[in-house]
Design a protein around this ligand. Structure first.
Ligand SMILES: NC(=O)c1ccc[n+]([C@@H]2O[C@H](COP(=O)([O-])OP(=O)(O)OC[C@H]3O[C@@H](n4cnc5c(N)ncnc54)[C@H](OP(=O)(O)O)[C@@H]3O)[C@@H](O)[C@H]2O)c1
Length: 317
């Protein structure tokens, strides 16, 4: 338990959506809830009201919204609706706790990862091109069934992806930072032995000092010919130059929702690399997100109002 908001003089809450109380029941007594969706030059509240904001739920995927942080002197907790908070972390004022959106994107991101894998295995980009070109030239394709898929970053999203892959009759190899033998999770240090035996490797990693460039030239070289590299975590965890070398000669294929850099410039060589399928960082953004996010926001506001610890603590400033 922490001090109740009223006791700290920061009883107000700022959330990104109006009508949450209509949909999920009245707000708790003793707090005032303001709404800012990230538009305009700020929430349009007088500084006196901003001074009282103790808990802020940042608008989702609104670049620059964090510029409000210095105007919230009473802030005690910030809630991001993203699972990856590496950009917000260095901006966190001292004494403010940061809570992430772990769990909110599981269904959406896992579904997108599965879609990328299926599209690549079943040659969907080829069939779309043929559709538009007026061609009818069927051939046999790879499949997902019977493939061995390594999920590197077997966390919340990785577990959701595993459930979907198993339904497609694939075999899953779990990899995380540290070994968890009781859950058959391999440590990331075992990748050199694991990679030669997989058909697909899926990165679902956060960006942190240990994950940048984690799949580089040596790891890609360890994959068998024709393997598929999928990234739905963060672009910088995969070495773009090394991937370009391995896809340029057709040895490996890739399906990427996240890239390094982002946005990917119009003339970037990844766009025209053979066997590379790209989506513009959209895995987490689907209709599956909002209901989960609203539930988390109202639960967090209730916890804040009652002085209970907030869920999904990522770091303390
Ligand atoms: N493309 C999109 O739209 C989209 C949407 C949502 C999320 N994401 C990305 O997906 C990431 C994962 O989300 P999540 O909710 O599944 O996170 P999570 O539950 O925290 O899982 C993260 C996984 O990464 C592993 N990991 C972390 N640091 C590592 C390191 N240095 N070396 C090796 N493994 C490491 C963890 O291993 P341990 O369990 O051993 O610590 C864990 O298995 C997010 O951080 C975000 O960047 C992308």
């Amino acid at each position: 338990m922490h001090d109740t908001p009223a006791a700290t003089g920061a009883p107000d809450v700022l959330v990104p959506w109006a009508g949450l109380d209509t949909r999920h029941g009245p707000w708790p007594e003793g707090i005032r809830v303001h709404v800012w969706d990230g538009g305009g030059d700020g929430p349009g509240l007088p500084q006196e009201a901003l001074d009282r904001v103790g808990f802020w739920v940042l608008p989702y995927a609104v670049p620059g919204a964090e510029a409000l942080l210095p105007r919230l002197p009473g802030l005690r907790a910030a809630q991001s609706l993203s699972a990856g908070v590496e950009k917000l972390l260095p901006l966190l004022p001292e004494g403010v706790s940061l809570h992430n959106g772990r769990g909110l994107h599981d269904a959406s991101t896992a579904e997108h990862a599965l879609g990328l894998i299926l599209a690549a295995q079943r040659d969907l980009p080829r069939w779309v091109a043929d559709q538009h070109a007026g061609r009818w030239e069927p051939h046999f394709t790879r499949s997902l069934a019977d493939c061995r898929v390594a999920i590197v970053g077997h966390g919340s999203i990785g577990a959701a992806l595993e459930r979907r892959l198993l339904a497609c009759e694939a075999e899953v190899v779990r990899v995380a930072r540290r070994a968890r033998p009781e859950e058959d999770v391999h440590p990331v240090a075992a990748l050199p032995e694991l990679l030669p035996g997989v058909d697909v490797v899926v990165l679902v990693l956060p960006e942190n000092p240990g994950t940048v460039g984690l799949l580089g030239a040596a790891e890609l070289a360890a994959l068998p010919d024709g393997a598929l590299v999928v990234n739905v975590g963060r672009g910088r965890t995969l070495d773009t130059e090394a991937l370009l070398a391995e896809t340029g000669n057709g040895r490996l294929r890739a399906a990427l929702d996240v890239t390094d850099p982002e946005p990917l410039p119009a003339a970037h060589p990844l766009r025209s690399a053979p066997g590379v399928l790209i989506t513009p960082h959209v895995a987490g953004g689907s209709d599956a997100f909002r209901p989960h996010a609203e539930r988390l926001v109202v639960d967090q506001v209730r916890r804040y109002a009652s002085g209970e610890p907030l869920a999904n603590l990522f770091a303390r400033g």
